[in-house]
Design a protein around this ligand. Structure first.
Ligand code: SAM
Length: 274
């Protein structure tokens, strides 16, 4: 059954267009609790995982598409609003020349800090003052790929729900839990953590391939410029290092996180035949 759709929006001055565009700014994401996700695949995955869709902006005339129709049905269930519009308005909202044919505004989800449960199989990644949204998105994507439970943002971090971080996560933002807390709250969490708390740091002497990643694992990664604070290093049960053979003094944060997560996976889920 096809549902009636509102008239196409054609003006950049339309209030809905302005509201969606404002979700590029952290201030408005905080005020509304919403964020933008782009593309039919990613929006469909989010809806399938039960994320609440508030607005669906889509290219006028494509509401009947096989991939768009179920999104409109989910939107109607969630009490959201369908917004057919011109390509130039989609482009304006996304900030891209070649926008996807759908843009969804979803409700953010944050895990309460006292709801972080250390179960034996789980791996959490704690990021100390991560600043680069591309790094954070890539880390969410790798966390999802390696089966990690979630990401804890310590201190003043970039927003995982920014357009850039969501884009870099390629949809993984919908499949990892997210929490934020102060360094002190994290230190309290780490002090009662029943498994290993492994920090990666350049001053460490232990090779990351020889560490004990016994679960529940907390993997702690440092800020792009300053690395881990001394307090966080002290809270770790082990500090590990990735060998640096050339002249560069460190790896990119997302690369270092990816290497460590895949080492954890290699040790906890060895390939068959090894
Ligand atoms: N100048 C910073 C420092 O002294 O730590 C470099 C930070 S590095 C770009 C960002 C984070 O990635 C580090 O804090 C650490 O968690 C991880 N990292 C990068 N390269 C690493 C390496 N070779 N060994 C261990 N951790 C590394």
């Amino acid at each position: 059954m096809s549902m009636p759709l509102p008239d196409s929006i054609t003006s950049a001055g339309n209030a809905e267009v302005k509201r969606l565009r404002s979700l590029h700014e952290r201030k408005y994401r905080r005020q509304t609790g919403l964020f933008l996700a782009e593309g039919t695949r990613i929006c469909t995955e989010a809806v399938t995982l039960g994320w609440r869709l508030h607005r669906l902006a889509f290219l006028d005339g494509r509401g009947g598409d096989r991939m768009v129709r179920p999104l409109l049905e989910a939107l109607a269930r969630d009490g959201g609003r369908a917004l057919p519009m011109t390509e130039s308005l989609l482009s304006r909202i996304s900030g891209k020349d070649n926008p996807q044919i759908v843009l969804g505004a979803f409700e953010q989800r944050w895990q309460a800090k006292d709801a972080i449960m250390p179960d034996a199989e789980s791996c959490w990644i704690a990021l100390d003052r991560v600043r680069d949204p591309g790094n954070l998105g890539t880390i969410m994507r790798t966390a999802d790929a390696t089966g990690a439970r979630g990401v804890i943002l310590i201190g003043d971090c970039t927003d995982p729900y920014s357009v850039e971080a969501v884009r870099a996560s390629m949809g993984a933002v919908f499949n990892v839990e997210l929490a934020q807390m102060s360094q002190n709250d994290f230190l309290a969490l780490a002090s009662g953590w029943p498994g290993q708390v492994v920090g990666t740091a350049l001053p460490a002497s232990r090779d990351y391939r020889t560490a004990d990643y016994g679960g529940p694992l907390m993997l702690v990664m440092g800020n792009e410029q300053a690395g881990l604070t001394p307090e966080l290093m002290k809270a770790c049960t082990q500090l590990v290092r990735m060998p640096m053979m050339g002249r560069s003094d460190s790896l990119n944060l997302a690369v270092a996180t990816g290497l460590t997560l895949y080492e954890v996976l290699r040790q906890t889920h060895p390939p068959k035949g090894c």
